[in-house]
Design a protein. Structure first.
Length: 211
């Protein structure tokens, strides 16, 4: 398995080779406080619907993944992101126009068991303080995965920044089709670069939500 940082670096190199100038993003981290009231309220509702137990949760996503030369932010979503919890975040009414929505809903249905992962991908002490005790690894029913629930909420916060026009965002997934393979295979070096050259620029264009 290619580590997350390795895939992100490979994506940055591939996008830069197509003239998009990708680098590690320097934008301020997304916060719920920066969102309009209706969007922040919907995030808190999602948190509680997923089993959040804190009255005033501290929701603090990490920074963005990559930034293109034109300011577009790019998030690379790997196997741990695609669960029924993420699907719930994409069912929020303001998420209906997200250009990645339909593909991501399909990935959530098809690849959920691959999201169970290992180690902190399922649970850790801080996420159990937010969502309660974890269920059996790989069983998303009942208590499920506190870490996956937190990740879905954090992804929703990022999506909401794009919906509010605060950022220009493109989301790509390792499961996305690129010519006759997947983006994950390309980033793992399993496919030659030449056949997919130009395809990433097209994928970015298709997956960008303009502010």
């Amino acid at each position: 398995m290619v580590r997350s940082g390795g895939r992100e670096a490979a994506l940055a190199a591939a996008l830069s080779s197509e003239g998009l100038g990708a680098s590690k993003a320097k934008w301020t981290r997304p916060t719920i406080a920066a969102l309009p009231g209706d969007l922040s309220a919907s995030i808190l509702t999602l948190y509680r619907e997923l089993g959040g137990v804190q009255q005033e949760p501290r929701l603090m996503p990490a920074g963005w993944d990559l930034q293109l030369a034109d300011g577009t932010l790019v998030e690379l979503d790997e196997q741990q992101h695609f669960t029924r919890y993420r699907a719930a975040s994409l069912a929020l009414n303001w998420a209906s126009d997200m250009p990645w929505r339909n593909a991501y809903l399909s990935h959530c249905r098809t690849h959920e068991q691959l999201a169970a992962g290992y180690g902190g991908f399922w649970t850790n002490p801080s996420t159990e303080r937010q969502f309660g005790t974890a269920g059996t690894r790989g069983d998303f029913d009942g208590p499920g995965s506190p870490r996956a629930k937190q990740r879905a909420v954090y992804d929703a916060i990022r999506d909401a920044h794009a919906a509010a026009g605060l950022v220009r965002l493109a989301r790509l997934s390792i499961y996305d089709d690129v010519v006759d393979t997947t983006l994950g295979a390309v980033l793992a070096g399993e496919e030659a670069a030449a056949p997919v050259r130009g395809a990433l620029t097209e994928l970015i264009a298709q997956r960008t939500l303009q502010p």
